[in-house]
Design a protein around this ligand. Structure first.
Ligand SMILES: Cc1cc2nc3c(=O)[nH]c(=O)nc-3n(C[C@H](O)[C@H](O)[C@H](O)COP(=O)(O)OP(=O)(O)OC[C@H]3O[C@@H](n4cnc5c(N)ncnc54)[C@H](O)[C@@H]3O)c2cc1C
Length: 366
């Protein structure tokens, strides 16, 4: 058997997207996945394909990736549940409208289609919201998908060789060693192992950040957009302590996906009733009718968080042929396709559509 050009370790949405991109660029790719394709954080994620503006680098990556998702949408199978429903950032009070207008200026200045809604327009757009909201901002180009099926599609489409149920236990510049002591050689290794990256490279500053989600039975039309409170920005990007924020998503199935929570320093994946209740109380506070819906299932997952909230994409410090694609925190589904394109650019020495420098893993090496 000829050696692969690249071994991709991990077949979450990021590894899957990278496998497809690298194979489509003409490289021979082997994917090694310890569990099942899309079974890690990818199975736990909400699947919101969002453009965000926490920093210019975050904006560049999310906007680039969203354009790639739009291109991919036509080939996705129906199980991937791609739904271009748009996002709605909601301002509960007049004070939060200042943020709505700031976002409008930011996005309009960069060619992203957005629209400010006043209180009446917001109530028309989402009749199940509490009636006393101040207004909101629609992001027309945002979408949602069902991430594990999108990951499965990307791996299948890549044509890469898939070694499922095999764990990589060590990595170096010439390949990897598997859990049964087999050695796999390759021209390069890409670690797309999410939070588990520190098991192979303990010097990386990547920490798990736990999140809860809950899904309801089918209530078509109950929610029309991915709706997020503006307070989410505080929860997602600043507070080091446990936090919850109102974040709901319509699924193609008619189900309503309710999030979300964020916790550091917890490694137990059990659903915590106190955290779940807190999250649901927050959601019901914004959308009282949620209280009457039947829930089907609640679960948790771990986001791979970096200190500066940007992913690690590029060569691993101290290695010639080991690359990283991890640390995507709560945006790994959104940014997977752009991540894959940047990894392909790095490996094949191609120019990139956006600067790769802000995502250089060297900054997270301790
Ligand atoms: C509650 C929650 C909500 C979220 N909502 C969103 C959202 O709406 N939008 C968004 O963009 N993102 C969201 N995210 C984040 C998103 O889910 C992640 O950023 C993304 O799934 C990360 O994908 P990944 O491929 O890097 O990691 P993973 O999906 O965790 O995949 C890593 C894979 O590597 C495998 N692996 C690990 N170690 C090894 C090894 N040594 N050998 C072989 N295989 C290995 C694992 O088995 C796993 O399958 C959310 C996350 C959570 C937890």
């Amino acid at each position: 058997m000829s050696l692969p050009d690249v071994i991709v370790v991990g077949a979450g949405i990021v590894g899957a997207a990278c496998a497809r991109e690298l194979a489509a660029s003409g490289l021979r790719v082997t994917v090694v996945e310890a569990g099942v394709v899309g079974g890690g954080a990818t199975a736990a994620g909400m699947g919101h394909l969002a453009v965000m503006d926490d920093s210019d680098a975050q904006f560049a990556l999310t906007a680039y990736s969203q354009s790639l998702w739009r291109e991919l949408a036509a080939e996705l199978p129906k199980e991937a549940e791609y739904l271009p429903c748009g996002s709605l950032w909601i301002a509960a009070e007049d004070e939060e409208m200042a943020e709505v207008y700031r976002k409008e200026r930011y996005y309009c200045g960069r060619g992203i289609p957005v629209e400010v809604l006043d209180a009446k327009q917001l109530a028309e757009a989402e009749p199940n919201l509490r009636p006393d909201m101040a207004g909101g901002l629609i992001m027309h180009a945002d979408a949602v998908c069902y991430p594990p099926c999108a990951a499965k599609h990307l791996v299948e489409r890549s044509g890469a060789e898939l070694m499922q149920g095999r764990e990589v236990v060590s990595v170096d510049d010439s390949g990897v060693r598997l859990d049964d002591n087999t050695r796999l050689a390759a021209g390069a290794v890409l670690l797309a192992t999410g939070t588990a990256v520190t098991e192979l490279l303990p010097a990386l500053a990547v920490a798990p950040r736990k999140g809860h989600l809950l899904i309801t039975d089918r209530y078509p039309g109950f929610v029309r957009h991915q709706i997020i409170e503006l307070g989410y920005l505080k929860s997602a990007h600043s507070t080091p302590s446990d936090s919850v924020a109102f974040n709901v998503q319509p699924r193609r199935t008619g189900q309503v996906l309710i999030g979300s929570s964020r916790q550091y320093g917890v490694t137990d994946g059990a659903v915590e009733s106190e955290m779940l209740s807190r999250m649901l109380r927050r959601a019901i506070g914004y959308m009282p009718g949620l209280a009457a819906l039947s829930s089907i299932r609640a679960w948790t997952g771990f986001r791979a968080a970096t200190p500066d909230k940007l992913p690690l994409i590029g060569r691993a410090p101290g290695f010639r042929n080991v690359l990283l694609a991890t640390g995507h925190e709560g945006l790994g589904i959104s940014t997977s396709l752009a991540t894959a394109r940047l990894i392909g650019d790095e490996l094949l020495n191609r120019p990139s559509a956006i600067s790769r420098q802000p995502y250089d893993p060297a900054r997270a090496w301790c």
